[in-house]
Design a protein around this ligand. Structure first.
Ligand code: GUN
Length: 292
């Protein structure tokens, strides 16, 4: 079993980006500027956004955190989005999800300028991704593809079973893995909460990507010997004995599945850090595209 070390690879990617940024500074060019909009005080979102902003500082990007109260109206948030769309200093920005219930997520994501949509959530960018055109690929699926590439995992003609059909992970990764242009060339099955025979499917999988958000869902008796296991689940489980009052766990029962796998991502330290690295990569791309 080989660990797909997302922490290590994400640090490599961040180092590569930092070198590019140093070059920009030397040439007296503007450095990439990422903004993040956070509405409310969801614990996980605060952690993610904090981590994104800290990573920007480390690699020499400019960053702006716009933290709005949970009572922010849809109208106010849309105004903020329009302001970011027209601010020439901002190369890319994200609106952290989930948004409070009283705000229509779709309406907000539709309002983001696709040229600044470094999350790749706008229908224009999602559509371009599906058509294998140049775009911003959402950070989590982009990170999974990059992790497989950097570990030289053979995906050619393999059967990949993706569990979960979310717009930000399951759906896009199922598309990317089936593509020729991304050189994955997998045969893909997209399973989800209504799939009747998940175990039958995962037992046939050469690659399993689990993006369900159910702790320890994937057990050893559900995977075949030598499978590649990508765990996208990041669930906080309450535990008073831990310093933070919770611990983080994935969809995969790592202890039992690990020994059967050829490659496996740990949680934490697998897909999570890759997501941040690829968001930064998209922001660098945004800066380069705006310059040209
Ligand atoms: N919530 C969970 N993952 C993401 C992400 O990649 N981007 C944003 N904006 N919100 C998220």
């Amino acid at each position: 079993m080989k660990l797909l070390d997302g922490k290590k690879v994400s640090n490599q990617i961040k180092d590569e980006i930092a070198i590019e940024v140093a070059g920009m500074k030397e040439r007296g060019e503007k450095v990439p500027h990422l903004a993040a909009v956070l509405v409310g005080n969801d614990g996980a979102s605060l952690t993610y956004v904090g981590s994104k902003v800290r990573s920007c500082k480390k690699i020499g990007f400019e960053s702006t955190l716009i933290h709005l109260p949970s009572e922010t109206t849809e109208e106010e948030l849309l105004q903020q989005v329009h302001q970011l769309n027209t601010d020439p200093d901002i190369d890319g920005y994200i609106v952290q999800l989930p948004l409070p219930k009283h705000i229509d997520e779709e309406k907000v994501l539709m309002a983001v300028n696709p040229d600044k949509d470094v999350d790749g959530f706008h229908p224009t960018n999602f559509g371009k991704m599906a058509l294998d055109m140049e775009t911003f690929i959402s950070a989590t699926p982009f990170g999974i593809m990059e992790l497989l590439k950097r570990y030289d995992v053979d995906t050619e003609g393999k059967h990949a079973v993706v569990i979960g059909r979310s717009h930000i992970v399951g759906r896009p990764i199922s598309i990317l893995m089936s593509q020729k242009g991304k050189a994955a060339n997998c045969t893909v099955t997209l399973a989800h909460s209504r799939t009747k025979n998940i175990k039958e499917l995962t037992l046939q999988a050469d690659i399993v990507v689990s993006a369900l958000g159910v702790p320890h869902f994937l057990k050893a008796d559900m995977v075949k010997e030598g499978a590649v296991i990508i765990d996208v689940g990041i669930t906080r489980v309450a535990d008073e004995t831990k310093e933070k009052g919770y611990y983080i766990t994935g969809d995969v029962d790592f202890e039992s599945v690990g020994p059967k796998a050829s490659f496996i991502t740990p949680v934490p330290g697998g897909v999570g850090p890759m997501t941040i690295a690829m968001l930064l990569k998209n922001t660098l791309l945004a800066r380069e595209r705006h310059r040209n």
